[in-house]
Design a protein. Structure first.
Lengths: 470, 86
């Protein structure tokens, strides 16, 4: 058996024989044939048709094909296309998100678009070893056929993949990264909200739907926040390569009840209407574990996040907390959801902070805010209470899966107010506030360097592992 | 049934073996290998249907569209295919 790889230079259909010319140029191309015969079974005929269709597609797209044939023979046995070392994701549309995936992508990689007349290098807005994202494909990239590749100033370079760039319109549903090739990969959704339920019980249009560039900007910021700040709980071992990320932006949405995913709370809080989120996304064939709902209200900009409500009927991975056995349940019944303001302060870590609230489980372990003292509600993993505010902070915070985790006696440099009875677990980086605490008060003014506490990190690691391997 | 979702990274169509192999996943090195192969006794309609699924995978590959391939929990044989809205 032999293989010949090259561009499709020509295809000719004559007398039940299809002849395909394969090579780098028309003059150097080699011809191969596919014969349709009376002896062909229905099955063989169907796959001959499919193979020729694949060659036609490859020719139109400018993809090389790999022809399998017998040595010194020209009859086509098999046809393959694809197999590049990078993968553009979805249509290339001016002003829309554009992702390219691969492996071992350096942090300084750029995306290069090339036509015979122009080479344009675009610095991505987000880079991971397996994924780069451009938040808005520049209009300077010529419409029509381009070749896209990744490269670095140091000479690292990928193969080029032919793509067809269009001027628009931008897509409604955009898969930024498709996640593990399996059933229900762990998914973080970023939908644009359609309507707002006001404190006066009115439904009003969300101004975000007239600000698509703002939506794109905050999505890129959210991704950097989740996956590129000092806290690495979501990207450890590069396991974010198994997560799925999808956006929805539908500017045609009426501000009716199903499309209104957020509600105002006086004086300035925006909260998701958690039971609306999954049905809304289902309308776009999107299923999520956590939704970061983006809204454009300028009066209610403080975020509120609901923890997920996990499906008790589905399988889980048990864990113990101070001797009590609970579950990291694998599938959500109601996804966690956060309401994020499109123009939030980009210096902070609100998307990460809120997402961690949403990733937790209302019934099997919440991750709560540490910057307030009283915290009513169901079981929380990252906060405990002393009998009296004057009692000393215990040395032990909790026992998680058989390992003791110490308490944080000083709450970093923030100190516990004298009236507080709550206390926290010891920090991964004792020089900065906890991600779940008042991170704005970090001493060097850079909340992006804040970390979690040891117990929350371990718990989230196990929680995510249970979901990523479900 | 299991749904495997992702970009079609590679597609091989072999009339000689009357089968198609498809690599689906988020990156070229993180894929699931699935196949389409009519079975003995499949009707002409079923064979045509399976060939048409291969055509859809061809189109999805070159347009970089995500597909959802449905197969048995312990089988890599694709029985149905979906291309969701974008």
């Amino acid at each position: 058996m032999a293989t010949t790889i090259g561009l499709v230079q020509g295809i000719i259909w004559v007398d039940c024989v299809v002849t395909v010319a394969i090579g780098a140029t028309p003059s150097t191309a080699v011809s191969f044939v596919m014969r349709f015969t009376a002896q062909d079974s229905d099955v063989r005929r169907a796959f001959k048709r499919a193979a020729i269709n694949l060659i036609v597609r490859a020719q139109a797209a400018g993809y090389p094909v790999e022809i399998t044939h017998a040595v010194a023979a020209t009859d086509i046995i098999g046809v393959s296309i694809g197999g590049f070392d990078i993968s553009p994701v979805g249509l290339a549309i001016h002003g829309d998100f554009y992702s390219v995936t691969g492996s071992g992508i350096p942090a300084d990689a750029a995306v290069v678009f090339e036509t015979p007349a122009l080479v344009l290098t675009v610095t991505p807005d987000f880079v991971r070893p397996h994924w780069v994202l451009i938040k808005e494909l520049p209009a300077e990239i010529p419409v029509g056929r381009n070749a896209v590749r990744l490269e670095t100033p140091g000479g690292w370079q990928t193969q080029s993949v032919p793509i067809d760039v269009s001027a628009g319109p931008a897509t409604v549903v955009r898969v930024l990264y498709s996640g593990a090739p399996k059933n229900r990969p762990y998914c973080i959704g970023l939908p644009a909200n359609g309507g707002i339920l006001t404190v006066g019980s009115q439904l009003i249009p969300d101004p975000l739907l007239t600000d698509r560039p703002g939506f794109h900007d905050v999505v890129a910021y959210c991704l950097r926040n989740l996956l590129a700040v000092a806290e690495d709980c979501l990207r450890q071992n590069d396991w974010d390569g198994e997560m799925r990320f999808v956006t929805v932006f539908d500017r045609t949405l009426p501000a009716d009840d199903p499309n209104s995913l957020v509600e105002e709370l006086a004086p300035n809080v925006m909260r998701t209407r958690r039971y609306h989120v999954a049905p809304f996304l289902a309308g776009y064939a999107v299923t999520v574990d956590v939704a970061l709902v983006v809204h454009g209200s300028t009066t209610h900009t403080r975020p509120w996040t609901w923890a997920g409500i996990e499906d008790q009927a589905q399988v889980g991975t048990p864990y113990s907390y101070d001797g009590t056995v609970l579950q990291h349940l694998h599938y959500p019944q109601t996804p966690g959801s956060a309401a994020l303001y499109v123009d939030m302060d980009r210096r902070g870590i609100l998307p990460l902070h809120e997402c961690l609230h949403g990733m937790a489980d209302l019934n099997n372990g919440r991750i709560v805010d540490l910057y307030v003292d009283p915290t009513p509600g169901t079981f929380m993993i990252n906060k405990k209470f002393r009998g009296q505010a004057s009692d000393p902070v215990p040395a032990l915070f909790a026992n998680y899966n058989g390992t003791n985790e110490a308490a944080d006696p000083a709450r970093d440099g923030l100190t516990y107010p004298a009236t507080w009875s709550s206390y926290h677990c010891t920090l991964l980086d004792a020089t900065r506030p906890n991600v779940m605490d008042d991170f704005w008060r970090t001493f060097d003014g850079d909340p992006h360097r804040c970390r979690l506490d040891t117990l929350t990190y371990r718990w989230l690691t196990d929680h995510l592992r249970a979901k990523l391997t479900r | 049934m299991t749904e495997t979702t992702g970009i079609v990274q590679r597609l091989n169509v072999s009339p000689g073996w009357a089968a198609a192999c498809v690599w689906i996943g988020p990156t070229p090195v993180n894929t699931e290998l699935l196949f389409i192969q009519p079975q003995a006794g499949d009707s002409a309609a079923s064979v045509a249907f399976q060939g048409n699924m291969v055509d859809a995978l061809s189109a999805a590959l070159v347009s970089r569209r995500e597909v959802v391939a449905v197969h048995g929990d312990t089988s890599a044989r694709v029985t149905s295919l979906r291309i969701d809205p974008a």
